[in-house]
Design a protein around this ligand. Structure first.
Ligand code: PNS
Length: 174
């Protein structure tokens, strides 16, 4: 028997476990792709939720980010992408999916994730956050880092897919 608040009596084989992977993905990197790929093996379905992070000024528009995520997920049968504006808890409350996935890298992520998870849980107690540790290869990969490297013409093939690199080059050529 699988236990999840409110679903304790539903057998695991009947309950289809779904999760939401929220983020600003500005732009998507191999670090994000590693997280949703691993999550897609744990959960029956993963929804990537593209949102704005009010603490960051995005380089790419929502449509541009959405296109890059779609390109990254096209091989994955149980991963889809949705856009949401507003609070994460508003989406969770309106959805039947209550599990949120976040990737965790070094210590600075922890403080931010801790604050976000506890604040979100106060607003939406049924929300449960599952953290996946980054792969060692992506410990220091972030969207900010790839933007910085791209800005100065650096090579990105280890950290972001070729179509993302192309979009970054296009942005910084302007
Ligand atoms: O990829 P990011 O930038 O780390 O993602 C952060 C994100 C988008 C998940 C976070 O900023 C968020 O949830 N934004 C929506 C607004 C919200 O719910 N804020 C309350 C957080 S305590």
């Amino acid at each position: 028997m699988y236990s999840l608040r409110g679903q304790e009596n539903i057998p695991r084989e009947v309950l289809r476990l779904k999760a939401i992977y929220p983020g600003s993905f500005d732009p998507i990197t191999y670090g994000h792709i590693d997280i949703f790929e691993r999550a897609s093996k744990i959960f029956d379905h993963v929804t990537i939720l593209l949102m704005n992070n009010p603490r960051k000024r995005p380089l790419f528009s929502i449509d541009e980010r959405l296109e890059m995520i779609k390109e990254s997920t096209k091989e994955f049968k149980n991963v889809d992408v949705k856009v949401h504006t507003g609070l994460l808890v508003q989406y969770v409350k309106s959805s039947s999916i209550k599990i949120v996935i976040r990737g965790l890298r070094a210590l600075e992520d922890f403080e931010y994730e801790f604050e976000m998870a506890l604040t979100n849980r106060q607003m939406c107690p049924e929300l449960e956050v599952v953290y996946l540790m980054t792969d060692l290869k992506y410990l220091f990969v972030s969207s900010s880092m790839v933007k910085e490297i791209a800005q100065f013409g650096g090579e990105l093939s280890k950290w972001a897919p070729p179509f993302v690199e192309k979009e970054l080059q296009r942005k910084f050529r302007r």
